[in-house]
Design a protein around this ligand. Structure first.
Ligand SMILES: Nc1ncnc2c1ncn2[C@@H]1O[C@H](COP(=O)(O)OP(=O)(O)O)[C@@H](O)[C@H]1O
Ligand SMILES: [Mg+2]
Length: 357
């Protein structure tokens, strides 16, 4: 992207003063992010990945509705809606995005003095990560209108099994016979996982706003390392909010790597679980239903299981979805996530006990 092009794209947005400078904040995994400096303030400008998000207008509409709700909550509590909620900046024509060819662009206010952390490598950061997502969900617990499904079937295990059955039937890469033991690990838990999703379908677990990308770097902290707000709202959707907890636990608590070749290193650290759950429940406990609290710990098993299935399915499919660094990479990932799942199963009673407190 040349600077002239970027500038002409940025000119479409209703910034407060003329643009002085545009710098890259780095090519993210999903979006490209830039900082636009005007004579008065700074903004975030992002190219939204149209391949991952087929309907960017619906995505931006989700973000606008969710942030409007959050701003009202923060204002009512006497907080600062400009620093404690992401602010979408519209185009000069009043649109939530600017389209240029195949690309969609969106802008927001840059929250000055904010910090992010890459990895929860201390108890306090795990606790603060839990608080960040817990606070976000608590403020949205009464947001009941449905949001657009920007990624189809996300965390819907019934839909994943449809793809899974098809992948096994086709056996496109001819690898099925070589992973019989791994397939059995998936099949053995099929009914249990479907039973969890059925509670979502039947409303036993209520539909709420879920963030769907709960990594620590999507939480902005202030100079005292207190939570400011949750950002990267592209994936907000309606589902059970337990899955935000489960996905965070999957990544925060793993002692090994997602693709560890040494399974001896992979296990769930229950202390990290405790710290995250404490932070999360402090913020979110009061707005949870009894069934949500009952199934909170299980969501970690559910999300980890889904990841085992997805890695294994991609291996069977011939590696068409995830980027791989070597031919058995997806199989290695599936095995490492399965090891993590077993570790969670072994510690499930302790996890439930922590969630009850
Ligand atoms: N409004 C903002 N104010 C301050 N920093 C931001 C803002 N939005 C994004 N950032 C910074 O840019 C990084 C990437 O932005 P993010 O929206 O998370 O995109 P990605 O999809 O690449 O993760 C964040 O981790 C954060 O450090
Ligand atoms: Mg991010």
């Amino acid at each position: 992207m040349t600077n002239t092009n970027l500038r002409s794209i940025a000119e479409h947005f209703a910034f407060d003063a003329s643009i002085v400078d545009i710098t890259t904040l780095g090519q993210g995994f999903i979006n490209d992010t830039y900082i636009v400096t005007t004579e008065k303030s700074r903004y975030i400008l992002q190219r939204k990945n149209h391949h991952i998000f087929p309907d960017v207008p619906a995505m931006m509409d989700n973000i606008e509705r969710v942030t409007t709700h959050l701003k009202a909550k923060v204002a009512a509590a006497g907080g600062d809606p400009i620093r404690e909620v992401l602010t979408v900046v519209r185009t000069k024509e009043g649109e939530l995005y600017h389209r240029e060819g195949d690309n969609y662009w969106a802008a927001s206010l840059y929250i000055e003095g904010s910090v992010t952390h890459d990895k929860a490598d201390t108890p306090r950061l795990a606790y603060m990560g839990g608080r960040g997502i817990g606070k976000f969900q608590a403020m949205l617990a009464d947001f009941t209108e449905p949001l657009a499904e920007v990624i189809k079937g996300f965390h819907n295990i019934r839909w994943r099994f449809e793809q899974w059955d098809k992948a096994l039937a086709e056996d496109r890469a001819g690898r099925k016979a070589s992973v019989a033991a791994e397939i059995e690990q998936i099949e053995r838990r099929r009914e249990q996982m479907l039973a969890f999703w059925e509670m979502v379908e039947q409303g036993v677990l209520p539909m709420r706003v879920t963030h769907n990308d709960t990594k620590l770097s999507n939480i902005l902290f202030d100079e005292h390392d207190e939570v400011l707000c949750v950002i990267d709202l592209d994936t907000v959707m309606s589902s059970t909010s337990l899955n935000d907890f489960g996905d965070a636990i999957r990544s925060y608590t793993n002692r090994g790597a997602e693709d560890d070749t040494d399974l001896g290193r992979v296990s769930m650290d229950i202390e990290t679980f405790r710290h995250y759950a404490e932070g999360y429940l402090e913020e979110r406990g009061a707005t949870m239903s009894a069934s949500e609290r009952e199934w909170l710990a299980f969501s970690a098993l559910y999300i980890t299981y889904e990841q085992v299935l997805r890695f294994l399915m991609d291996y069977i499919d011939g590696d068409s979805y995830y980027k791989i660094a070597y031919p058995t990479h997806n199989l290695v990932r599936a095995r490492a996530q399965h090891k993590l799942l077993e570790s969670m199963e072994e510690q499930y009673e302790a996890m439930r006990e922590i969630c009850r407190q």
